[in-house]
Design a protein around this ligand. Structure first.
Ligand code: DHB
Length: 309
């Protein structure tokens, strides 16, 4: 079976969409909930609706994509309403993603969630790389400690944190030390590899318009970085903190690798953008085939069991 859980929440399938891809409207979110996926994640919300950055702001390549969307979304109330209305589907969870442009905006949305009837998982996105003039909060470890200190003064529901990729062993040590000090339910590793640059040699130009062409990289480019982050965090976080693995998944084998590194669930961004909801059938089939061949009955049989030489 491909069942998994995070905290108290049961998922019939380990596969979810990654925030940002085909999940900005209730129509898109309904399609994910009607698919094989174990649930859906909503486009990261800001307190008010936003149009986002100027176009072109996303470009696909053979190996993945670059984006600088700038948080186009229908506003927090729209996604909270969807989450409240869709929270009682057995085995399918709605994860409500929020990405305020300031600490105050995040606390304002978290207070509304606390006061609402939504009792599912909230994903606090501390890693958006695409807002002009703003830095990715999760690269400032003391800022993470402060926002979580303020949050858990009033927030009693279950919270996950969306992290950016880290690249240095000391960064893994420091973020884990901060996160282990709070009652978080899960971390999601990783967001896009921030502020990459893709060049078109023909036109001698950047391929997206915002920020002079700099944007978050997703897809095959980032799988080794994603696996390293899942593994490094699994080795450092409290055992009761679950991990969602995100980054570079386009086959059942990629999911198998994420789970070996310690992922409880996985999310698919770039490749879900390319294929749509039928990807959840294909990858479920591929993962089951690998598990059958190896004699694994459940994902728990190999989760976190990566060998080293
Ligand atoms: C956007 C991109 C991200 O990687 C993210 O975490 C949040 C928002 C965006 O540009 O819309």
């Amino acid at each position: 079976s491909l069942k998994a859980n995070i905290g108290d929440y049961q998922f019939d399938n380990v596969l979810l969409n990654a925030a940002g891809i085909r999940c900005a409207t209730t129509d898109e979110l309904d399609k994910i909930l009607d698919s094989q996926a174990g649930g859906c994640v909503t486009k990261s919300a800001t307190p008010e609706p936003r149009k986002g950055n100027e176009s072109p702001r996303m470009k696909a390549t053979a190996l993945g994509c670059i984006n600088s969307m700038g948080l186009p979304n229908h506003g927090f109330d729209y996604y909270l309403k969807f989450a409240e209305a869709n929270q009682n589907k057995a085995g399918k969870q709605v994860i409500l993603s929020i990405a305020g442009l300031s600490v105050d905006q995040n606390l304002e949305m978290l207070k509304k969630i606390q006061a609402s009837s939504f009792d599912g998982l909230t994903e606090l996105n501390l890693s958006c790389p695409n807002i002009k003039g703003e830095s990715q909060i999760a690269y400032d470890f003391e800022a993470v400690r402060e926002i979580l200190t303020d949050t858990f003064k009033f927030f009693k529901k279950q919270l996950g944190i969306k992290l950016p990729p880290y690249f240095d062993m000391h960064q893994f040590d420091r973020i884990a030390e901060v996160l282990n000090g709070f009652p978080i339910t899960y971390v999601n590793a990783i967001n896009s590899v921030g502020n990459g640059l893709i060049v078109n040699p023909e036109t001698e130009s950047a391929v997206i318009k915002p920020k002079g062409g700099f944007g978050g990289i997703g897809g095959q480019y980032i799988k080794p970085t994603a696996l390293a982050n899942v593994r490094a965090l699994r080795l450092r976080l409290r055992p009761d903190i679950s991990i969602i693995g995100t980054g570079g998944i386009r086959s059942g084998q990629d999911v198998f690798e994420h789970i070996l590194c310690g992922a409880n669930l996985v999310q698919i961004g770039t490749q879900f953008g390319f294929e749509g909801t039928k990807i959840f059938d294909r990858i479920s089939r591929e993962l089951k085939e690998i598990m059958d061949k190896k004699g694994y009955q459940s994902v728990a049989d190999f989760r976190g069991k990566l060998k080293t030489l």
